[in-house]
Design a protein around this ligand. Structure first.
Ligand code: URA
Length: 440
C-alpha cells in the first residue's frame, strides 16, 4: 500500500477501503506522508466525494490518531449525560462558543471542548481566544482531563495527543481550497467529538453564502451524516440548521468578536440575532443534558445565567484556568486596537436586501484576520464591524461598516471589496430567518 496509489484511486472516483484510509491518516499524522500528498488527496476527496462508509472510516481513523478520552467513565460529580458540547461547521462572525459554553456550564452542565482555528474565510474559536494575553489553548491530554474533572469546563485546540490528524488536516485544508468537502468537514468535526468522548453534542450546521454548505439540501445532508456518525458511536447528537447568509452578530475579526461576546455576557446591548442564537442553542443543550424538561424552562435558565452575570463569571473562570489575563475581559479597552479604523457610510438610502457573509469573511482574511499560508501569523486586531442586518432601513451617510486595518492600503482595499457585499432595495425586505430546522 502506498500514498500515491491511494491518491490515484480517489482521483479516479474509486471507493477506498478502511485499511487504505487508516494507512493514509496514520502516515500523514506520523509525518511519513508529506503535506503535498495529503493536499492532493484532500483535493481528490473534494472533487470525487466519499461514500458514507468511507467518511465513517475517515472519522474513526482521525479520532484514533491520538488518544481517545472516555468522559463517560469519568464521574467526579458529573453525570454521563451532563457532558455536552456544541460545534459549528464554520461561519462568519460566529463567536457562539465563547457565549454558549459559559452559559451552559454556569447552569450545571460540563463541557470539554476541542475547537479549531480559522478555516478558509470562516473564523475559529482558538484564534479568537488567543487574542486574550496568556491564554493557553494547546493543552495536553492530561491537562485537558484534569481541568475538566476539577472544574467541568475546558477548551483546547487539537494537540499532539488529542485528534492530531485533524490538527494537521485542518491547517492544510485552510490553505489549499479543500475546506468545503462534506466528508472532510464531517470527519474533522466528529473525530474531535469522538476523541474527547462527550455524550451529548449539538451541531450547528450553517447554511448560506457564508457557510461551506450553501444550500439547505447539502446542509441537511451534512447534518444527517454527522448525526449518524455520532449515533453509530453511541453519542446523542442533534444538529440545528442555521442561517449564514449574513454575518452572525455585528463583529467579524478576532479581538472584535471576543469583545462582542464579552459585552453580550456582561448584559450590554447586543445584536439580537447573536443573542437569540446563543439562547436557543444553550436551551437545546440544557434539554439534551437533562437540566430542563421544556424549551421554555431552559430559556428561562439561560436568561437567568446571562442576567445574573453567572455566565460571564464562567467565561472568566475558563480563561483564568487557562492562564488568560481576565483583566482584559473586565476592561475591554485594554485590548490593542488596529492602527487604522475607518467608518464606511451607506452610499444611498433604502432597505438592506443583502449583506454577503462570504465577501465579508474574505475581506476579513485579506485584512489579516485569517491565513493564506500555513505559516502565516494572524493580526488579532483587524476585522470589520457590520452595523446593520438584512431588512434594516438605512439612510445615506449612516455608518454601514467600520473597518479595523493594519494600514491605509489594506483599509482601502477592504473598503473597495466591501462595497460589493451590500445590496439595497427601494421597498421593504424581509429579515433573514435564523434557523431552518433541527435534525435529531
Ligand atoms: N469545524 C471543524 O472542526 N472542522 C471543519 O471542517 C469545519 C468546522
Amino acid at each position: 500500500m502506498n500514498a500515491v496509489d491511494i491518491i490515484i484511486k480517489k482521483r479516479d472516483g474509486v471507493e477506498l477501503t478502511n485499511d487504505e484510509i487508516a494507512f493514509f491518516i496514520q502516515g500523514y499524522t506520523q509525518g511519513e506522508i508529506p503535506d503535498y500528498q495529503a493536499a492532493a488527496w484532500a483535493m481528490a476527496i473534494l472533487c470525487k466525494g466519499m461514500t458514507d462508509v468511507e467518511t465513517a472510516a475517515l472519522t474513526r481513523a482521525m479520532a484514533q490518531s491520538g488518544e481517545m478520552l472516555s468522559l463517560e467513565e469519568v464521574v467526579n460529580g458529573i453525570k454521563v449525560n451532563q457532558a455536552v458540547d456544541k460545534h459549528s461547521t464554520g461561519g462568519v462572525g460566529d463567536k457562539t462558543t465563547l457565549i454558549v459554553q459559559p452559559i451552559v456550564t454556569s447552569c450545571g452542565l460540563a463541557v470539554a471542548k476541542m475547537s479549531g482555528r480559522g478555516l478558509g474565510y470562516s473564523g475559529g474559536t482558538i484564534d479568537k481566544l488567543e487574542s486574550i494575553p496568556g491564554m493557553r489553548l494547546n493543552l495536553t491530554k492530561d491537562e485537558f482531563l484534569q481541568q475538566y474533572l476539577t472544574y467541568h469546563t475546558v477548551l483546547s485546540g487539537q494537540s499532539a495527543d488529542l485528534a492530531p490528524a485533524d490538527g494537521k488536516m485542518y491547517a492544510l485544508r485552510d490553505v489549499t481550497g479543500t475546506v468545503p468537502a462534506m466528508p472532510l468537514i464531517a470527519s474533522s468535526i466528529m473525530s474531535k467529538k469522538l476523541a474527547v468522548g462527550t455524550h451529548a453534542i449539538l451541531l450547528d450546521v450553517k447554511v448560506g453564502c457564508g457557510a461551506f454548505m450553501e444550500n439547505l439540501e447539502d446542509a441537511t445532508k451534512l447534518a444527517k451524516l454527522m448525526v449518524a456518525i455520532g449515533k453509530n458511536n453511541g453519542r446523542f447528537v442533534k444538529a440545528e440548521l442555521s442561517d449564514m447568509n449574513q454575518p452572525l452578530g455585528f463583529a467579524v475579526g478576532n479581538i472584535l468578536e471576543v469583545k462582542e461576546a464579552v459585552a453580550l455576557l456582561r448584559g450590554e446591548p447586543a445584536a439580537p440575532d447573536l443573542r437569540e442564537h446563543c439562547i436557543e442553542s444553550s436551551a437545546i443543550l440544557l434539554m439534551m443534558g437533562q437540566k430542563a424538561d421544556t424549551k421554555e424552562q431552559a430559556r428561562i435558565m439561560v436568561e437567568d445565567a446571562l442576567n445574573s452575570g453567572k455566565a460571564f463569571e464562567s467565561l472568566k473562570q475558563l480563561v483564568s484556568l487557562q492562564k488568560g489575563d481576565i483583566s482584559y475581559l473586565d476592561n475591554l479597552e485594554k485590548f490593542p486596537k488596529a492602527p487604522v479604523i475607518r467608518v464606511v457610510s451607506a452610499p444611498k438610502t433604502g432597505w438592506l436586501s443583502e449583506i454577503n457573509a462570504r465577501i465579508i469573511g474574505e475581506t476579513s482574511v485579506d485584512l489579516g484576520a485569517g491565513r493564506i499560508k500555513k505559516t502565516d501569523s494572524i493580526d488579532h486586531r483587524v476585522g470589520i464591524i457590520v452595523h446593520h442586518k438584512v431588512g434594516d432601513r438605512i439612510t445615506q451617510g449612516e455608518p454601514l461598516f467600520t473597518i479595523h486595518a493594519h494600514s491605509d492600503d489594506s483599509c482601502y482595499n477592504a473598503e473597495k471589496k466591501l462595497s460589493s457585499a451590500v445590496q439595497y432595495s427601494d421597498t421593504p425586505c424581509e429579515r433573514l430567518p435564523q434557523f431552518y430546522g433541527l435534525i435529531e
